[in-house]
Design a protein around this ligand. Structure first.
Ligand SMILES: Cc1cc2nc3c(=O)[nH]c(=O)nc-3n(C[C@H](O)[C@H](O)[C@H](O)COP(=O)(O)OP(=O)(O)OC[C@H]3O[C@@H](n4cnc5c(N)ncnc54)[C@H](O)[C@@H]3O)c2cc1C
Length: 575
């Protein structure tokens, strides 16, 4: 049997682990070849590549990170074990992505060494560009000069992709220096001149990455004076002016005073309650799809309020106000907005430092974070009505990320220091970014802040690209889509005919076969991880926890089971 794992980041690594665990259990001496294909690095992949600078950090603590299951061949090692950290220390540390990448790289090497007799793993450095059937057999092309691979089974774990620019982005690029969306590590940040002005669109995790790269990465330093950070510029920084719809950078993650839960024991959003809701929906609407805002969100809000009250929260908890503290407000000028923003950020830092079990607001937001692994039961595989899925993706998901997927508290402190030092400014809420009438320059402005219009030399898009299969730049996905071998996920309400094309890659339920243009499952091609985002929810790595079972392991294991049980050379000959 010949198996190709296309993309060897955390998910590809997960599938490799499950294949090897199952192969070690026998029958003995099976003749299996596994190709692990990645253009960057096997194990770390692109996100966790080991050659990136240390200012790119994880937003999970060392205590939460693992790439090895409890039945890893040999002795499983969580990241903290590998790094020699005790539990208390591990809860305080957010490792750099490169450091976590080194752990992933070693995990890959340990896995390859664990292959039983007859099983060979071949790492291949390159990008898979096409998968075609020749005389019924699948041929996988890789762009590194290697002859086409003849394979029986293919697992797509291609993760994050870039998107083709839309009309607005094309027009902005034609006007001046527009740095398109994606990961900070792949952006041409070194080309930005000291003293130039950079407008940054988006205040999420990529904004934090870019800001740290253009300050710490330019030789600037943060000093702690009287428990506050002060920024010492190097003189090589550009000036940064940032904005987003809310005008609020992602809030800090609270310091963890106790071990992080893999999943909370929900009080209101229980499995039984969810089953009742689906039954009621089926009786009322003729099918079990739920209305997120009307039926599920009140239960989540109740969970947050419960956590808030348990920690002695006296004021009512208003999630909307936490996510949009400047909504419906007007500011007489940029100074007034800056001062208000600094108040909000400083309060957030104080709460985050108090910790997740002490501060009532952070306790509630930590529950929001830890509820994320439960959301697939609500959302995956058309669990919501089409319009409701769209609402979930465009309203709830961004809001929950802003509130509960933020960086370590120190990164928010650094933002306040940069604002105080005049290196960074946030323009205000409802920020607009456009080409200016002056050649090659961009304008950024907030309608809520009088006189806020500023000009910039560079416009940098720091928004995380969403899933959009039709605009995906991945050459393999483009070819498969063009040839009708994969398709976009569309959520349809059979009763009303309402449709929502989510942009995700259409797949079956576990073990996640891709669906072709006619909706027929391909028996030999599976897909897992970020590449299936929007068809499924919360495909990121963050669901695994050291020593515990998790959906991360179970999903990869289901694919491994199906692959190894499958017929060799079972591809249908196309008509
Ligand atoms: C900048 C950034 C920071 C993040 N930080 C965190 C964090 O701190 N904590 C956390 O839990 N999650 C984080 N995430 C979420 C991230 O999605 C997961 O951590 C995880 O990396 C996803 O795993 P994956 O294997 O699905 O995708 P990826 O990690 O994207 O891996 C996919 C791999 O497939 C390869 N590939 C793609 N196309 C092809 C092809 N055609 N042929 C061959 N190989 C191909 C890519 O090179 C890549 O290495 C972050 C994501 C980003 C973008």
């Amino acid at each position: 049997m010949r198996v190709a794992i296309v993309g060897c980041g955390p998910r590809g690594l997960g599938v490799l682990e499950r294949l090897l665990v199952r192969l070690r259990r026998g029958p003995a001496d099976r003749d299996v070849v596994i190709w692990a294909i990645d253009p960057v690095e096997h194990g770390p992949g692109q996100v966790w590549r080991t050659d990136q600078p240390d200012w790119y950090a994880t937003n999970a603590t060392a205590a939460e990170l693992t790439a090895q299951s409890f039945d890893f061949p040999g002795r499983p090692q969580s990241y903290a074990d590998w790094a020699g950290l005790d539990e208390d220390t591990a809860r305080q540390i957010y490792p750099s992505r490169a450091e976590y990448g080194r752990y992933l790289r070693e995990t890959f090497v340990r896995l390859c060494a664990s292959a039983p007799p007859g099983v060979r793993v071949f790492p291949l450095t390159g990008t898979a560009t096409a998968l075609r059937r020749v005389d019924g057999r699948p041929h996988l092309s890789v762009d590194n000069g290697h002859p086409d691979l003849l394979v029986d089974k293919v697992i797509l774990t291609t993760g994050h992709s870039g998107l083709e620019p839309d009309d607005e982005e094309r027009a902005l690029s034609a006007h001046g220096r527009h740095i398109g969306g994606g990961m900070a590590v792949t952006m041409p940040l070194d080309d930005i001149e000291p003293g130039s002005t950079v407008a940054i669109r988006g205040l999420g995790l990529t904004f934090y990455d870019v800001t740290r790269a253009l300050t710490l990465g330019r030789g600037g330093r943060f000093d702690r004076v009287d428990d506050r950070l002060r920024y010492r510029p190097s003189g090589a920084e550009p000036r940064l002016i940032a904005g987003s719809r809310s005008g609020l950078p992602f809030r800090a993650r609270a310091e963890l005073n106790e071990p992080a839960e893999l999943a909370p024991r929900p009080v209101f959003l229980s499995d039984d309650r969810l089953a009742e809701l689906r039954e009621a929906a089926a009786a009322r609407r003729g099918q079990p799809k739920l209305d997120f805002a009307g039926e599920v969100e009140p239960l989540i809000v109740a969970e947050l309020e419960h956590a808030h009250r348990r920690r002695d929260g006296q004021e009512p908890l208003d999630v909307d106000v936490l996510a949009k503290p400047f909504a419906d407000q007007h500011f007489a000028g940029s100074d007034e907005f800056r001062s208000r923003l600094l108040d909000v950020l400083r309060e957030d830092v104080t709460r985050a430092k108090a910790g997740s079990t002490v501060d009532p607001v952070k306790a509630a937001l930590e529950v929001m974070r830890s509820l994320r692994p439960l959301m697939p039961d609500v959302v995956d595989f058309d669990g919501l009505l089409p319009d409701s899925q769209q609402d979930f993706l465009t309203r709830w998901a961004p809001m929950s990320f802003l509130l509960s997927a933020g960086p370590p508290v120190e990164h928010v402190e650094q933002l306040t220091a940069l604002i105080e030092a005049g290196v960074l400014d946030v323009v205000g809420p409802q920020a607009r970014f456009e080409a200016d009438s002056e050649p090659s320059r961009f304008a950024v402005e907030s309608p809520a802040v009088a006189g806020s219009r500023r000009l910039a030399d560079v416009l940098l898009d720091a928004r995380a690209p969403g899933a959009d299969l039709r605009r995906d730049t991945n050459p393999l996905l483009r070819q498969l889509l063009a040839d009708g071998m994969i398709s976009e996920h569309v959520n349809v309400d059979p009763r009303t005919g309402r449709r929502f094309a989510s942009g995700g890659l259409a797949i079956t339920a576990s073990p996640f076969h891709v669906l072709d243009a006619k909706g027929v499952p391909d028996p030999d091609v599976h897909a897992l991880g970020v590449v299936t985002q929007n068809t499924r929810w919360f495909t990121q790595v963050g669901t695994g926890r050291p020593g515990r079972d998790s959906p991360f392991r179970r999903d990869a294991d289901a694919i491994a089971g199906a692959v190894l049980a499958g017929e060799v050379r079972s591809w249908p000959v196309p008509a």
